[in-house]
Design a protein around this ligand. Sequence first.
Ligand SMILES: Nc1ncnc2c1ncn2[C@@H]1O[C@H](COP(=O)(O)OP(=O)(O)O)[C@@H](O)[C@H]1O
Ligand SMILES: [Mg+2]
Length: 200
Amino acid sequence: MADPQGFDFQLDDGQTPLGPDEARGLKLSWVATRGDLNDAEGANIFTAMRWAAREIRKKRVVVSSEDFLRQLHARMFGEVWEWAGRFRLTERNIGVAPHQIAMQLRQLFDNVGAWQEFGAYLLDEQAARLHHQLTYIHPFPNGNGRCSRVMADLFLQSHGAQPFTWGPAPHDQRVRQRYLELVRQADTGDLEPLLRFVRS
Ligand SMILES: Nc1ncnc2c1ncn2[C@@H]1O[C@H](COP(=O)(O)OP(=O)(O)O)[C@@H](O)[C@H]1O
Ligand SMILES: [Mg+2]
């Protein structure tokens, strides 16, 4: 699909088209191609990961919170996009209605607290559920997949566990296809294959 700013976005399966509102927020004038954008976002995400690792090491943040989610998204994408850290205002083919985002996030983070309090799931399953629910809610105009995967990894690390094996951006097409299949399977309530995948 042609983008309002003339980007040649590669809309592979599961990638959300930007609405005209959000596509307008590019901050960097040198970004002219998809490759430029990948480079710019990659560099931004790299810096954000270092920031997050430091915050967690110093125990300065609660990962499963709206506040941290927004901060993380702002850190991951804020050098590239104006809308980084701000919730989506338009409907998508994935995700809840925009006015539901804050409420659903509140519910999710409450649930995570309850899972921990009552030992409902093992830590890996908590992280996988957190990731899946975040992609399902789809709070931001873009970057939901990457931000949700990083959230799960940081959640694990904040509890002294190893991150999952996926990295913020599974670039390999085959791995990405498989990942998307498993996310969709998790939509139907079957989390098991995704759980195996994230430790494979
Ligand atoms: N059917 C689905 N249910 C839930 N999440 C999905 C579904 N399809 C795709 N996703 C998630 O949405 C992400 C793509 O959303 P997007 O905001 O473009 O993130 P990113 O820009 O980081 O790829 C995918 O990586 C995946 O995590
Ligand atoms: Mg995207």
